[in-house]
Design a protein. Structure first.
Length: 121
């Protein structure tokens, strides 16, 4: 049974949360090709943002647009994991949940592409 009073607090909580997050990033990198592709996109976007005559604020916006794609991919993967945990049988609501997560990633890609287009044009 979960005891809310025994949860780690302070620096220990931050440390454990960091360990959990790093484990999640490692899992994503090993198992999700979309995540690896988006990390590659980020690695390419950072130096690319220096090639244009834009302000530092605009560079940050371009980079954060790609980070937003990665964030959305993580949420999508979490939704897929929960759906698969509940059951692997085909169910319309399971498919809908996965499709909605995929749509969120698609929207983040459209938003990021639009930001890059608007800033660079």
């Amino acid at each position: 049974m979960f005891d809310n009073q025994k949860k780690p607090k302070g620096i220990k909580r931050i440390y454990l949360a960091t360990i959990n997050s790093l484990r999640a990033f490692q899992w994503l990198y090993q198992h999700e090709s979309a995540f690896r592709q988006e990390i590659l996109l980020l690695v390419l976007a950072i130096p690319t943002s220096f090639l244009f005559d834009i302000s530092f604020k605009e560079q940050i916006i371009l980079i954060l647009a790609v980070v937003f794609i990665i964030y959305t991919e993580i949420i999508n993967t979490a939704i897929e994991a929960v759906v698969d945990r509940i059951g692997l049988e085909i169910h319309p609501l399971s498919g809908l949940a996965k499709d909605l997560g995929s749509a969120a990633v698609f929207i983040s890609l459209v938003v990021a592409s639009s930001i890059w287009f608007i800033i660079l044009i």
